[in-house]
Design a protein around this ligand. Sequence first.
Ligand code: SF4
Length: 399
Amino acid sequence: MYKHTFNRHKTRIVQVGNVAIGGDNPVVVQSMTTPDTSNIAAVLAEIHRLEEAGCELVRVTVPKPEDAAVLSEIKKRIKIPLIVDIHFDHKMALAALDHPIDKLRINPGNLGGMDRFRTVLKKAKDKGVPMRIGVNAGSLEREFAMKYGYPCPPAMVDSALRYIEIAESVGYRDMIVSLKSSDVLTAVEAYRMYAKQANYPTHIGITEAGKAPYAVTKSACGLAPLLLDGIGDTIRISLLGDPVPEIAAAFDILQATQRRVRKPELIACPTCGRLEIDLEKIIAELEDRLKGRTTAIKISVLGCVVNGPGEAREADLGIAAGGGKGMIFKRGEKLYTIPESEMVDALMKEIDLWEEEERAAGRLKTGAPTLKVDSREDDHHDEGVQEITNGRVGLPLLK
Ligand code: SF4
């Protein structure tokens, strides 16, 4: 059987609260709150909605002492690890580190000098708090931008590598790196260049992507090439406004790139004049009844015999429809024919059975990492090599 080759950027593991980032751990989904952080009720309400949506790490901004003052209280009342975002004022980072936070996010280039960066590094090291070194094309230090004439990918990577060197010089290694840009091409190239040169995990995202739905498409365009290259250990989709929709968008991008499959994959045709069943109704009902399922199963439902049998054979379960009836396929084999009115019930029954069989065969393991890294020595020291199989057998395990 043909096998896709998947190379994951081999990274160190950085522990953020109870969440491990990097190595062969699943890509972690995170977001950021929008209210003034000192407005504790509003921040907590938003974090609780994010948690409900599946957010795994949350970041709050701390531009003033009143924000730092409420960090312990916020931490006490949320379930997911708390990240603190700092710009310009290193004293806010030092104040935040007096609270039980799980991670800092700073851009060393805007702290007012490397001595201040070292002061923050030392305190973070003493407190055992990891840090994201967030390089951003929009706020790149002049020195790096001037070297190349503008904030291009090599300038961003040079900047990140310099900050890493400074951190390592004080014995600090709990780092995650981001190289964000609002320009897709710049971001993709910067992360690709970085991944060839360093092994600290990456936080990936297209910054200031704007308003959905274009922002989701733009983010997917930037993140998919990286994810398919095996780059990215934590992900944030930046959407204007309410951050809750960021979570579903992030998980969908991870699902489509097979970096983290957490729900059934429904394959449905767009329909056309050949359509012989009410496909929209069937898919809507299936989606509804599959809500909450975390099974990595491919289910194909197509509207006529043009591609129906072919897709159904390649899926774990499929229906090839024609003339108001459908032939059910399982693992590529024909099972039986049913009328349109019974398709959803029949599929649901077969899904249950398929899950039982996969579980009995030891192939249905929830909670396992996606795409397990199978490291091997090769000419690229920073990459492990993984293989995922095509079609039915190779869906990544669930988280
Ligand atoms: S599978 Fe059939 S109905 Fe669906 S889009 Fe293709 S030709 Fe049209």
